[in-house]
Write a protein that binds this ligand. Structure first.
Ligand SMILES: [Zn+2]
Ligand SMILES: [Zn+2]
Length: 315
């Protein structure tokens, strides 16, 4: 059984079964800060659908009850429901990069919101190609969509989802609640991979996306309250690649494009964030890796609070 604990710097740990409302006061969040909530929807790195108890990557940031979904790995719709969010409330989607564990359910998530029948209007943001992917998704679903418009009198979903491409870092969008900006990170061979920073009125949250050690991310995350950072555990990768026929290529890809716990700790320390949340675990389905092992390397460099993420955990 996977150890279901979250780790605090103090060494104290809280069973996850404690209700989140019970945990939040312990983390010292003010009422205002609770207006910006972070909920991990999927914490398993990589596209395979496993039985690890971790869903594929997605992170939900709720600001004044408006959802901002960062990445849409397979299972995101169900995880949103499990987090207590009605799909009809979907409003903003952000894609960090176009690996399938981050966008496989992009179109389907919007579709699932549309099919609720409640009028939805969704804006999506991501690296160049998102507009085309959005059109392609609607073409893929054309028969069904045209049928339902005609047969069920539904509004045309192609008018309800607006995709916004960008190819350089900077401010992605802002509204009265939050400014969202992006930082180019290092995820070869993909050139356009971005981290996102959400600066709400009383809380700032950074989501790293997928990246190798990228010191510029520390500058981008400077002073953030929460840094959700991807993480790769090397001994786990070595075990993983032993089982696979494409072992050498996969190992090289993983080492070049993801971040070891020690380096995650370096980023968090240099950024001076209050809380580091580990997520997008690689390998994400090896239950033998304990929370202590995931966090140990990061603790060497980062003295703030470290949380080993679990699906549906709220920070
Ligand atoms: Zn990924
Ligand atoms: Zn990736």
């Amino acid at each position: 059984m996977h150890s279901r604990r979250q780790f605090l710097t103090s060494g104290a740990s809280l069973p996850l079964s404690l209700s989140l409302s019970a945990v939040l006061p312990r983390l010292g969040l003010s009422q205002d800060q609770k207006r910006t909530r972070v909920i991990l929807l999927g914490t398993k790195g990589g596209p395979s659908v496993g039985q690890s108890g971790r869903s594929n990557p997605s992170t939900l940031i709720l600001i004044n009850d408006i959802p901002y979904v960062v990445d849409c790995g397979y299972g995101t719709s169900r995880q949103l429901l499990a987090a207590g969010l009605s799909l009809s409330k979907l409003r903003y989607i952000f894609i960090t990069h176009n690996h399938s564990d981050h966008n496989l359910e992009y179109g389907a998530l919007f579709y699932n919101a549309w099919i609720t029948g409640v009028p939805v209007r969704v804006d999506s943001y991501g690296p160049a190609g998102l507009k085309k992917m959005t059109q392609d998704f609607f073409n893929y679903m054309k028969f069904d969509i045209d049928t339902r418009i005609e047969d069920e009198g539904r509004p045309d979903p192609r008018n309800l989802l607006t995709a916004h491409d960008f190819d350089s870092p900077g401010v992605v969008m802002r509204n009265g609640d939050v400014t969202i900006s992006s930082c180019l990170v290092r995820h070869p061979p993909i050139k356009q991979a971005f981290a996102y920073r959400f600066d709400a009125k009383v809380r700032s949250v950074v989501v790293s996306g997928d990246t190798a050690y990228a010191p510029e991310l520390a500058d981008f995350a400077k002073g953030a309250d929460v840094l959700v950072h991807e993480v790769m555990y090397l001994p786990g990768v070595e075990t993983l690649v032993k089982r696979l026929p494409n072992a050498q290529r996969l190992r090289e890809h993983l080492l070049a494009s993801h971040t070891l716990p020690e380096d995650v700790g370096r980023i968090a320390e240099r950024a001076g964030v209050k809380t580091l949340v580990l997520s997008h675990f690689v390998p994400g389905d090896d239950r033998s890796i304990t929370d202590e092992q995931w966090a140990e390397g990061a603790h060497k460099h980062f003295k703030g609070r470290i949380i080993v993420g679990k699906d549906l955990m709220e920070i």
